[in-house]
Design a protein around this ligand. Sequence first.
Ligand SMILES: [Zn+2]
Length: 266
Amino acid sequence: MMGGTATDGIQLQWRLVDMHCHPDQLANGSEVASDAEQLGLALFCVTVSPADALAALERFDANSNVFVGAGLHPWWLADGRCSESDIEAAARLVATSRLIGEIGLDFNGPRAETAALQERGLSAILQSCARHPMSGRVLSLHAGKAAGRMLDLLEEFGIPEHASCVFHWFSGTSEELTRARSAGCIFSVNERMLASKRGREYARQIPLERLLIETDAPRTFGQRSSARALGNSLERTLDTLASIRPESRSRIADQAVALGMELLSA
Ligand SMILES: [Zn+2]
């Protein structure tokens, strides 16, 4: 068994761990969170702004299966929904946060025009992490055409040495994947990543002990969903992983649950 005795109880408690999702952006997020608990589904609720993070912390306070990250999504900076004051608020919030995300850089299409603002935002957050180190810190990272730049900044602030850096839905180049692996990064994969040939090839190459699963649900913010739908998405991700990797499905699932809970409940 993976993980030793410390994770045995956790493995019994949680059947699946969704390592990157947005239940606070569901029309019926509170219902989904409670139903997920009944199904043995733990959720890493990443947020898109510091205000949303504070709201989610309060909203899911009673849900022992929901773990909220302090985030500032690069899309929110790129399209002006978040601004300099949110960067300052995010930098303050992460100083006292163990779980951080969703943060990152996205240089796809017109969002590249705001690269400097995005880099300023990410740098402020990483600098705050570096100045306020905390044991067991976890970052859920979004990189669109920017994995190399993301790794530059993570290394500039010495983050990989004292935090778990989780690339969500890795879509960089093969060289960037190699570099992220060398830096000790972890990877959470979802069914949409596995829909592409390149995504499947990356998911095949990631070492089992660095592999997590996620839904990144909902696809459209404000939608309704169900805990069962999240669970089914994770099950399909495990099906695909088992079809492309040498390990058995149950071994992949056990490992992903053990690693996920080790990170979330440290
Ligand atoms: Zn996301």
